[in-house]
Design a protein. Sequence first.
Length: 187
Amino acid sequence: MFNFQIFANLSHLIMETIAEILKYTLPSLITGGVIYYVLRSFLINEQKRALLAMKIDNQEIIVPVRMQAYERLVLFLERIAINNLIVRVSQPGMNAHQLQHSMISAIRDEFEHNLSQQLYVSDKAWDLLVNAKEEMLSVINQTSAAMKPDAAASDYASAVFQSLLKHKEGPEVVALQTLKNEMREQF
């Protein structure tokens, strides 16, 4: 026959043991959970602070580099403006073909020299800059095609100016204005 008294005593002993274990374990688990949460929050905040400090340090380096990129691209646009370009590349005794070749070489050299600056400006600004270069080359080539190869450089220069006057604004002006606006917004 089964003795219920032994079973009751055994159950009571097990319940007391479980209660005793819970009395020590439960507060430890709660304390451990609180410590975990506090440490986790602290580490997350420290990570955010470290990232913020790194961004600030990077800004101190990147801002001057970006500013210099805008300056260089503005200088590029100024250098490929027809009036500046002709003054810079023309030599006494040049004919139209020689002036055309010198202008195209100067524009391409300037552009290649500034290719890396696209990293620091918006895609829109860079696209306008590339379009300005391509339009300048197009005007130079189209004007040359309409002239005799042995024409005087001064006649060719006048024809290029006339071709550009057909545009409301020179292609470099639109790109220059976009660069200026973008720089003002960011700095």
